[in-house]
Design a protein around this ligand. Structure first.
Ligand code: 3HC
Length: 698
């Protein structure tokens, strides 16, 4: 008769004849926190000294094997036993240990498995060493054992990309020994018995020799230098893998040393903040409400946004009807969607076999009454309040009761839009970012009367579309564009005062942004900002410093990439600064009587980031964002903010409120209208608090 013994709250041993099973039960993902580590260590030691036991099976309860070390422990004082020690205990155990993997075996989870003496994967398993994405390296022997099992080139691929491998690929490369169907506990029992019967071979990973491969190491270094020049940990990953040709104790010591360097780097803190930010934003007051069922979606507008939203919804399995005013525009819109879907197949985002079925879910009409039975309608026409109001009034009279009406507006007042319907409780903003089938951010804009279940439906939609939904309140530009409008002004001030657009772009790319603000504006189209400036001109306070360089550029019909000319000139893929822009800048400076001065790259970054943080602090203080982490997520997933810096407000904590105030007060000597100290920063400086504490509700 099998008997079970509890080792601690998360680890149990089951004895069945001459085999024993160690069960890990630490929901939701069996993360290898302290109790898991201690429990496994104790269980292995107990079984190693038990003469009746000939083999041990290790498996996880619930939906997954171990998904890694417990990320919440990072940055806190280490708690023994360490995961590397537990892995070494498993590897050195005198009894064969077979690990049975289901769900995911990631990071420390895969390291526990690699230290075991055989590995069985269950159907649907995904494995990987994603530590690099958190700014660290596989620090529990992963950089030493993976090369022993799969060779240096493949280990480098796994460790420097952090990608998840499907089970078949893991089997093909020898990371797992067998792939089976079944329940983890039953397979663990059968596998341990198979070991005893001599039907399943086991071996110690540390006894496998690694074939040196300097060429692969050099190629990996070159790739990293090109693709992720700002990141610290990928380089350390390669250095650690290079040490795998030495005896394992030496290699493990090198790995430890490099791991500590990564762990102590600010990039680790930033990347882990980003990991939790992605998950924290779903925790909103409306999360407990039941989302309304959505299957049929209507999208009004077949332009870039409408086509992108339609593509994203089709990829998520919805039935979508696109509406346009004229047949020609509709044909263009659905054509873009079809092209997007073909692209998705090429990029591996849509299985070839599912392509026809996905296209078949696309409907098109020039008649809005075809949306009568839609569950959700997303309006994505151009930014004009009157046009939007007309559409919402019409829709209100067409769609069934309970249909949710959403606007994809980037700036406009959702309360005003909702007020022209008889169902303001069913109206919200769903602000996608271009290209909508690629960008992960979705601002879910909650108006005064939006019902909780409508907000919850927005979040459910985001999840199904694999997007990061962030709750935003109503104001001009919501979270992202409100902050963007503010800090873009500082770039114009710096250009007027002496910097060049390309110097600003280069400085901010050096800080880690994928693209500088002028390159982004050229890509997005300079006419968008121009229209926005015209819209806001009547509302502009008299004290505001106005720079018209952008207007002069647009007056020439130079709208950026799409016209071949903007801040840069685009010649067949090559971009260089537009010489005419330098003339425009010189003439605007002369007109305003400005004598240009030099800016260092550091000053550019400081002014830009201080402007961004200032408006972000106001957005939090005004309740437009629920918490600082919501602002961080918006910038990480919608604005190309460098992930390793965690987001604008995580970055602000590395500077501190007092220093930020000092900067703002110094800048305010030049322009006291633009540079004002946000009240929140003042309060934080007074009590020494941080944005991180605000995230925790402190
Ligand atoms: N540690 C602590 N908490 C974790 C965790 C971990 N390793 N992995 C997931 N969680 C938490 C999440 O924060 C979330 O918490 P919440 O419900 O309070 O928001 C909960 O578990 C469920 O996670 P997801 O919402 O992400 O669930 P999914 O089913 O969408 O995804 C997953 C599951 C694929 C396992 C995903 O959570 C994931 O990728 N986790 C991280 C994996 C990872 O990076 N592992 C390496 C860790 S570093 C390491 O092992 C160091 C070692 O080398 C020494």
């Amino acid at each position: 008769m099998p008997s079970t013994t509890r080792v601690n709250s998360v680890i149990e041993i089951e004895r069945a004849g001459d085999v024993a099973l160690i069960r890990i039960d630490n929901p939701p993902v069996n993360a290898a926190g302290r109790d898991v580590r201690q429990g496994i260590e104790d269980a292995i030691n107990a079984l190693a000294g038990d003469d009746s036991i000939k083999a041990i099976g290790l498996y996880g309860a619930g939906r997954t094997f171990v998904a890694g070390a417990d990320i919440r422990e990072f940055g806190k004082p280490p708690l023994a036993p360490s995961l590397p020690d537990v892995c070494n205990t498993i590897e050195r155990c005198g009894k064969p240990v077979v690990a049975v993997l289901h769900g995911t075996a990631l990071g420390g989870g895969l390291e526990l498995a690699m230290a075991s003496h055989a590995r069985i994967g269950l159907t649907g398993l995904r494995v990987g060493l994603p530590e690099v994405l958190l700014g660290i390296l596989p620090g529990a022997g992963g950089t030493q054992r993976a090369p022993r099992l799969v060779g240096i080139p493949f280990a480098l691929d796994m460790i420097t990309t952090g990608r998840h491998l499907p089970a078949a690929e893991a089997l093909e490369h020898g990371l797992i020994d067998q792939l089976k169907d079944g329940d983890p506990r039953d397979v663990a029992l059968a596998s341990a018995k198979a070991v005893v019967a001599g039907n399943l071979k086991t071996r110690r990973t540390d006894e496998i020799a690694v074939e040196p491969n300097d060429a692969a190491l050099e190629a990996a270094k070159a790739k990293i230098a090109k693709k992720t020049p700002h990141l610290f940990s990928p380089v350390k990953c390669v250095e650690a893998v290079a040490a795998s040709v030495t005896p394992i104790d030496e290699g493990l010591a090198t790995e430890r040393h490099l791991y500590i360097q990564c762990h102590d780097s600010p990039q680790r803190a930033g990347l882990i903040h980003a990991f939790f930010a992605e998950r924290a934003v779903a925790k909103v007051p409306e999360a407990k409400a039941t989302p309304r069922p959505v299957q049929k979606i209507g999208v009004i507008g077949g332009g870039t946004m409408g086509s992108g939203i339609t593509t994203s919804a089709l990829l998520a399995g919805f039935d979508v009807t696109m509406i346009e005013v004229a047949a020609e525009a509709l044909e263009r819109g659905t054509g873009t969607v079809r092209k997007n879907l073909e692209g998705a197949v090429k990029r591996g985002k849509l299985a070839e076999a599912k392509h026809a079925e996905t296209v078949a879910r696309l409907g098109a009409s020039t008649d809005m009454t075809d949306l009568a039975d839609a569950d959700l309608v997303i309006e994505a026409v151009f930014e004009n309040m009157e046009v939007k109001k007309e559409i919402f009034t019409k829709l209100d009279g067409i769609v069934k009761d309970g249909t949710i009406l959403a606007s994809n507006t980037s700036y406009l007042n959702i309360n005003e839009i909702a007020a022209c319907t008889k169902r303001p409780q069913d109206v919200l903003g769903l602000h996608f970012f271009s290209p909508a089938h690629v960008m992960r951010l979705l601002e879910i804009v909650v108006a005064d009367k939006t019902a909780p279940e409508v907000v919850a439906t927005g979040f459910a939609l985001a999840k199904r579309m694999k997007k990061v939904g962030v709750r935003a309140g109503v104001c001009d530009g919501f979270i992202g564009n409100r902050i963007l409008s503010h800090y873009l002004r500082v770039t114009n001030y710096m250009v007027m005062d002496g910097a060049t657009p390309e110097q600003i772009d280069d400085a901010l790319e050096g800080f880690g942004f994928a693209m500088g603000p002028f390159r982004v504006s050229d890509l997005a189209g300079l006419d968008i900002g121009w229209a926005e400036r015209k819209r806001l001109a009547p509302l502009r306070p008299a004290a505001e410093r106005v720079i018209e360089i952008g207007d002069r550029i647009c007056e020439n019909g130079w709208f950026g990439r799409k016209t071949g000319r903007g801040y840069y000139v685009y010649d067949e893929g090559d971009a260089h600064p537009n010489p005419e822009v330098a003339n425009i800048i010189a003439s605007e400076r002369a007109k305003a009587g400005v004598t240009p001065r030099d800016f260092t790259d550091q000053e550019i970054v400081d002014r830009y980031m201080t402007a961004m943080i200032s408006e972000a602090a106001r957005v939090v203080d005004d309740g437009i964002a629920l918490r600082p982490v919501d602002v961080d997520a918006v910038f990480l997933f919608g604005y190309g903010f460098p992930r390793f810096r965690g987001g604008p407000l995580a970055y602000a904590d590395t500077i501190g409120a007092a220093e930020l105030i000092k900067r703002i007060e110094a800048y305010a000597k030049e322009d006291s209208h633009y540079w004002q100290v946000p009240d929140l920063l003042r309060r934080m400086a007074a009590d020494g608090s941080t944005f991180a504490q605000l995230n925790e509700g402190k």
